[in-house]
Design a protein around this ligand. Structure first.
Ligand SMILES: *Cc1c(COP(=O)(O)O)cnc(C)c1O
Length: 395
């Protein structure tokens, strides 16, 4: 087979035929519920900026000030000369907030997950993953030589069976806290119990929980009151509720030291710019004192869910800001998304391989910055399309 233009064209043609071709929205506004595309304003329901901090003026000023003092690039990896005092401060603050001994800052969540699966496991070990875990966890598993067990979504009987049948030496269970494409929450307390019972290490990816869940926004561990013994590896990201960029892993001092010594996605990449670390510190302060932001977001979520009930629009069982409407096939999801766009509303169609085949969906995400009239506008638009085209499938 020759690797030439014809091959690329084939790939693209196939994507288009299957309604899996993806294209990027090009907007020229800050991340917010209102996006400007080609000089036209749209109401958007597809950012992960849950607390509306991506364009927050305090965080922006902090980034600008820090850039003036520390410059832009970190210039090297953490183990060479890229580790700055603000990275240290950020790590200390993250450890305090999450009630962990230590935290370690990563370039992003994708790389933190690659590190979690690939730093501790040897070839004769095993990793247990929820079927609906995030793609970055799947990619992390592609690199491992450990045996991979996939259990049914949130099914503890399925996990327990696999734990029982595993004869591997060490076991790691890794799960999303809030499932990124479904919005539901993992059965954390049962996972903690099973992990302890079978001597497995539990890692929780709190990308969609950190900042949003718990009284002070410390995330899933705070919501379920899980100590470092309960969840020994806690991962969170800064690109979602915190509105900046980057990620962290928190846990015992020894665990974090092992990652510093041998986590390749930590060692072999340039450190996060110190100004981003500083902006993230400012964001953390706003998050921990931002109860009113979380409260308003909760109200918007229940407003949306009530509206869906009223209009007979079926959403998945989710209490979080992620509210998917399952359309089953990709063509329907794309069509519905385009109809919404014609009405000035942006909701992206999420298709395989991001979600399992036959579960293409509209993934609506809500933010603190949305208003109730905006939620209402979305509901009215969804209802109008649903009445006209009856596109909403059974969940
Ligand atoms: C977004 C996301 C990641 C990746 O984090 P980035 O910092 O964007 O690389 C990892 N896990 C989950 C569950 C996510 O939703």
């Amino acid at each position: 087979m020759v690797m030439d233009e014809a091959y690329f064209v084939d790939i693209l043609r196939e994507k288009k035929q299957q309604d899996l071709y993806r294209s990027r929205l090009i907007h020229d506004s800050p991340q917010s519920p209102l996006l400007t595309i080609n000089n036209k304003q749209y109401l958007s329901f597809c950012s992960n900026d849950y607390l509306g901090l991506a364009n927050n003026s305090e965080i922006k000023q902090s980034l600008i000030d820090a850039a003036n003092v520390y410059g832009v690039g970190s210039g090297a990896s953490h183990l060479i000369s890229g580790h700055h005092v603000v990275h240290e401060q950020l790590e200390q603050q993250l450890a305090t907030i999450t009630k962990r001994s230590k935290a370690l800052v990563f370039a992003n969540g994708y790389m933190a997950n690659i590190a979690i699966v690939n730093t501790l496991l040897q070839p004769k070990d095993a990793v247990f993953i929820d079927r609906l875990n995030h793609a970055s966890i799947y990619d992390a598993c592609m690199l491992t030589k450990a045996k991979i067990y996939r259990y049914q979504h949130k099914c503890m009987a399925s996990l327990e069976k696999k734990l029982q049948s595993s004869t591997e030496k060490r076991k790691l269970i890794i799960t999303d806290s809030v499932f990124s494409m479904d919005g539901d929450i993992a059965p954390i307390l049962s996972l903690v119990k099973l992990a302890k019972q079978y001597g497995a290490l539990l890692a929780v990816d709190d990308a969609h929980g950190f900042g949003v869940l718990g009284n002070t926004g410390a995330g899933i561990a705070e919501l379920y009151n899980c100590s470092q013994q309960d969840i020994p590896i806690l991962m969170g990201t800064f690109g979602k509720a915190l509105g900046t960029y980057g990620a962290f892993i928190a846990g015992s001092s020894n665990l974090i030291d092992v990652f510093i010594q041998q986590a390749r996605p930590y060692i072999y990449t340039t450190a996060l710019p110190p100004a981003i670390a500083k902006a993230t510190l400012t964001s953390l302060h706003l998050v921990t004192t931002g109860h009113e932001r979380r409260q308003h977001l909760k109200e918007l979520i229940s407003e949306f869910k009530h509206g869906c009930k009223k209009f007979n629009i079926k959403t998945l069982e989710s209490s979080t800001a992620i509210q998917p409407i399952i359309m089953k096939d990709s063509k329907k999801a794309v069509f519905f998304s385009e109809k919404l766009k014609e009405m000035g509303i942006i909701v992206k169609a999420i298709r395989p391989p991001t979600v399992p085949v036959g579960t293409a969906r509209l993934r609506i995400t809500l933010s603190y910055l949305h208003t109730k009239p905006q939620i209402h506008r979305l509901l009215v638009a969804l209802n109008a399309i649903n009445v006209k085209f009856q596109l909403i499938g059974d969940a």
